[in-house]
Ligand binder design. Structure first.
Ligand code: NDP
Ligand code: 8X3
Length: 251
């Protein structure tokens, strides 16, 4: 039986790489993103390999998220895996200088968007007593860093939400994982720095950051673990990334 995966944030980075990987393996894809042109290009590229349904959708829009998932075409309506990947960081300013609009956008996307997609698809999974949710958290949900303020806090939410989902799904066959990557070279920093590509490039200068394909490999592995195994959480960093010491301010 061909499986179906929903990937939010499929137009770039981890999401795009997951789409390519799962298409290669013959899964049916439901791809979500705001950039319609990219979705169209991906449909053209990947539909030679598998069946694809693309949805231009902003996951911040609660009404549209529910409407969309309630009206999926029959062939794409039995979702085996949901990858809640759509997300972003905006800015790196300290909390006392950060743009409050950026905070709203991160909360609305990384928390509320993820919650909407989950809530919309979960009843079907429970009814079928089958399914898997793979949330894309971040090391920033585990470890603080200057300027990480609301971004990291949204990812801490994702971690605890993932665990609480497991608690609610006790006794079902539905599995939930929080995958927590460290620094990875995608469009993430271009978005964080609002299109400043020079600043974004500096983030990855002279380092071997994680690649989108590293993460899609892990997503593929999680999705193919035997049904009796639930991977609760996985934190991955590139080897070049480690923790800093605690800082002490001296007068
Ligand atoms: P990219 O910027 O390359 O990809 C982000 C994706 O999310 C895009 O496809 C974008 O599509 C989509 N997206 C953003 N906002 C929305 C929205 N409101 N509705 C629908 N789709 C949306 O970044 P990454 O691939 O790196 O990021 C993917 C996830 O991984 C994010 O949750 C991020 O926080 C997380 N992460 C990233 C790390 C990194 O260092 N790169 C490390 C740890 C976690 P579109 O613009 O078309 O809507
Ligand atoms: C992205 C990783 O460390 O840049 O979630 O916040 S980090």
């Amino acid at each position: 039986m061909v499986k179906t995966i929903v990937i939010s944030g499929a137009t770039s980075g981890f999401g795009r790489s997951c789409a390519e990987r799962f298409a290669e393996e013959g899964w049916k894809l439901v791809l979500i993103g705001r950039r319609a042109k990219r979705l169209e290009e991906m449909w053209k590229e990947l539909s030679v390999k598998t069946d694809i349904f693309t949805i231009t959708l902003d996951v911040q829009d609660r009404g549209k998220v529910f409407e969309t998932f309630e009206s999926l075409p029959v062939d794409f309506s039995k979702i085996d895996v949901l990858v809640n990947n759509a997300g972003l960081a905006m800015g790196l300013a300290p909390a006392f200088k950060a743009d409050i609009n950026d905070w709203d956008t991160m909360i609305d996307t990384n928390i509320k968007g993820l919650v909407y997609c989950t809530r919309a698809l979960l009843p079907g999974m429970v009814k079928r007593n089958a399914g898997q949710i793979i949330n894309i958290g971040s090391i920033s949900g585990n470890w603080p860093y200057p300027g990480g303020n609301v971004y990291g806090a949204t990812k801490a939410f994702v971690q605890q939400f993932s665990r609480n989902l497991r608690a609610d799904l006790h006794g079902t066959k539905i599995r939930v994982t929080n995958l927590e990557p460290g620094i990875a070279e995608t469009e993430f920093s271009i978005v964080r720095f609002k299109g400043d590509e020079e600043r974004a490039d500096k983030v990855y200068k002279d380092i071997q950051a994680l690649k989108a394909g590293d993460i899609s490999d892990i997503v593929w592995w999680i999705a193919n673990t035997p049904e009796h195994i639930n991977v609760n959480q996985i934190e991955v960093m590139p080897t070049c990334q480690t923790w800093g010491p605690l800082k002490i301010h001296r007068e």
